[in-house]
Design a protein around this ligand. Structure first.
Ligand SMILES: [Zn+2]
Length: 492
C-alpha cells in the first residue's frame, strides 16, 4: 500500500527555550499503530523461516534483502535501493547435509556443513581418524595414513551441563548498577555461569599443536575426505565453526555426537562415517548489498536520522535473535512512522547493513559515503525488551536522551536508562566514528548463553510482545530525533 506523507504544519510546538514538546496525539498514534496493527512478527517469520539463515552473499541473504526492499516500497518509502559492496567470498548455500555413523553402531550425526565448505558431490564412506592436537613431529608419523578419512580436528567436550540457568532480565537495580560501574560485564558473567562445555584439557607432555591453518593445509595435502570439528553448545544446540581451508569438506558437529565419535575412535574401534554434503557455490565472489530507504522530512536539507540493524546472520540457526529481531523492529518502526503519518522535520533513513558478521562490511561501505546524519540508532542485542539507550560515550547526548525518555514516560515503555558504556561490537561503532551513534541495551534473555550464533537461534526464541514494544520505542525516538531542533555535540 502506498501512502501519501503528511507534510503539513507540525502540530507540536517548539517552546520559547527552543525545546521541542512532542505532540501527545502523535505519540498515541505511534503506540496504537504498533500495538493494533503490528506486522513485526510476520516480518521476523519471513526473515527466519523463509530467508534464514542469511549468510552474507548467499542466495537467501539476497532474497531477504529483496523482501525488505519490497516492504519499504509498499509502505511508500522513497529511494528504496540496494547498495552493493565488495566481498571476497562466493555466494554459498548448503543444500544437502547427511552424516551418519555406520560402524560400530549406527546413528545420525547432528551437525551442519561449515559455511563456505566444499561439498562431497556424492555419498562417500570414510573411516574416522583423530588429528586433534597434532604437532609438527606427529605429522611425520601421520603422513600417508589419513588419505580418504574423516578427520576429527577439535578436542572432545566433557562435563556438559544440559540445563542453562534462567533467562536474564535487566531490572532497574541492575541498570542502575550498570550505570554506576559503566559496564555491562554482568552479561559476560551470566554467560560464564553456564559453562556447559568443558573441552578436554590438552596433554601437558605433548608438544605445541599446529595452528588450525597449518593443520588444515597438512590435511589437504594428505587428501583427507573431510574434517569434523565441534565448536560449543549442548543439549542439541550447537555453534558452527569456520571452514579454515576452502578445499576441505568441513563439518561442524554437535558436541555430544562429536565426543561420541571421538571416544569410539580413541578406543581403537573402527569407526565408519557416511557423508553426503552438497552446496551451491557461485563461480565468482558474491555481491552482497545493504538495503536503504528514505522517509522524507519537511526540512529536506537537514542531516538525517539514520536507523538500522544488520540483515546478515550466522549460518547455524536462522538468525532470529541475531538479528532478524533487530531488522524486523527497525522495519516495523518505519512502517509505523509511514502508516501513522508521523510528522517528520528531518528526513529519516533506514539501513539494513549486510556483512556485519564479517567485520561490519556493509556499514563500513555505507559510512564512507553517507550523507551527514543528525543521529544514528542501531539495534543488535537480541530479542529482549529495550531497557536503555547507549550514547557510545557521547556524554553530551545524555541530558537530551534523558529528556526524551521523560517525554515518553506516559506511554509506560520499558526504556528507562541512558548509559555511556559504548562497547557494542556492531554497526553503531562504525557510525560513532563520524557522528552521534546510539545503540540499545535489551534484556539478554537467552542471547549470550543460548541463541547467539547457535543452531537454536530460531523464530521460536522471539517474544512477540517484546518486538512489538521495541518497534514503538524506536518509532517514538525517531519522531523525537527528527523533530527536536537540539543538536548533539559530536565532541567526546
Ligand atoms: Zn548481530
Amino acid at each position: 500500500m502506498k501512502v501519501a506523507f503528511f507534510v503539513g504544519l507540525l502540530a507540536s510546538a517548539t517552546s520559547a527555550a527552543g525545546q521541542f514538546t512532542p505532540d501527545p496525539t502523535v505519540l498515541r498514534s505511534i503506540q496504537a499503530e504498533g500495538m493494533e496493527r503490528s506486522g513485526v512478527m510476520e516480518i521476523a517469520r519471513m526473515l527466519t523461516d523463509v530467508y534464514g539463515p542469511r549468510l552474507t552473499g548467499s542466495p537467501l541473504n539476497e532474497a531477504a534483502g529483496r523482501y525488505a526492499m519490497g516492504l519499504l516500497s509498499d509502505w511508500g518509502l522513497e529511494n528504496v535501493r540496494a547498495e552493493p559492496f565488495q566481498f571476497d567470498r562466493p555466494a554459498w548455500m548448503n543444500e544437502r547435509y547427511y552424516v551418519q555413523v555406520r560402524e560400530p553402531a549406527p546413528f545420525p550425526v547432528l551437525g551442519m556443513a561449515s559455511p563456505w565448505s566444499p561439498g562431497t558431490d556424492s555419498l562417500i564412506t570414510a573411516e574416522a581418524a583423530l588429528a586433534h592436537g597434532v604437532t609438527a613431529a606427529d605429522t611425520i608419523d601421520l603422513k600417508g595414513r589419513l588419505r580418504g578419512k574423516a578427520v576429527l580436528i577439535t578436542a572432545p567436550f566433557e562435563g556438559h551441563q544440559l540445563h542453562p540457568p534462567p533467562s536474564v532480565v535487566l531490572t532497574p537495580d541492575l541498570l542502575d548498577e550498570m550505570k554506576e560501574r559503566n559496564s555491562n560485564a554482568y552479561v559476560l558473567r551470566t554467560g560464564l555461569l553456564v559453562e556447559p562445555n568443558v573441552r578436554r584439557a590438552p596433554d601437558p607432555d605433548a608438544g605445541r599443536p599446529l595452528g588450525s591453518r597449518v593443520l588444515a593445509d597438512f590435511l589437504e595435502r594428505e587428501r583427507v575426505a573431510a574434517v569434523l570439528g565441534s565448536y560449543g553448545g549442548s543439549g542439541g544446540n550447537f555453534s558452527v565453526g569456520a571452514t579454515v581451508n576452502p578445499n576441505l569438506v568441513t563439518i561442524s558437529v554437535a558436541p555430544e555426537h562429536y565426543s561420541r565419535i571421538y571416544r569410539t575412535v580413541e578406543s581403537g574401534l573402527r569407526t565408519e562415517v557416511e557423508i553426503d554434503i552438497r552446496n551451491s557455490i557461485s563461480a565468482g565472489p558474491a555481491r552482497p548489498f545493504n538495503v536503504l530507504g528514505d522517509l522524507p522530512g519537511i526540512a529536506a536539507a537537514e542531516p538525517l536520522v539514520l536507523i538500522g540493524a544488520h540483515i546478515d546472520s550466522d549460518p547455524a540457526g536462522t538468525g532470529a535473535t541475531d538479528n532478524a529481531a533487530g531488522v524486523a523492529v527497525m522495519l516495523e518502526a518505519v512502517r509505523i512512522l509511514a502508516e501513522a503519518r508521523v510528522p517528520l522535520r528531518r528526513p529519516v533513513r533506514i539501513g539494513l547493513w549486510n556483512g556485519e558478521e564479517h567485520g561490519m562490511l556493509g556499514s563500513l561501505a555505507h559510512a564512507e559515503q553517507s550523507a551527514p546524519y543528525h543521529a544514528a540508532f542501531n539495534l543488535d542485542t537480541g530479542g529482549g525488551l529495550i531497557r536503555a539507550i547507549d550514547t557510545n560515550k557521547l556524554h553530551a547526548a545524555e541530558p537530551i536522551l534523558e529528556r526524551w525518555i521523560g517525554a515518553l514516560a506516559h506511554l509506560e515503555l520499558p526504556l528507562t536508562h541512558v548509559l555511556s558504556i559504548g562497547s557494542n561490537p556492531s554497526d553503531d561503532s562504525i557510525f560513532a566514528r563520524t557522528g552521534p551513534s546510539f545503540y540499545f541495551h535489551q534484556d539478554p534473555l537467552d542471547y549470550y548463553r543460548g541463541t547467539h550464533h547457535t543452531s537454536q537461534d530460531l523464530y521460536d526464541r522471539l517474544v512477540p510482545e517484546n518486538l512489538r514494544t521495541n518497534a514503538i520505542i524506536v518509532a517514538a525516538l525517531v519522531y523525537l530525533a527528527a523533530n527536536d531542533p537540539v543538536a548533539f555535540t559530536p565532541a567526546r
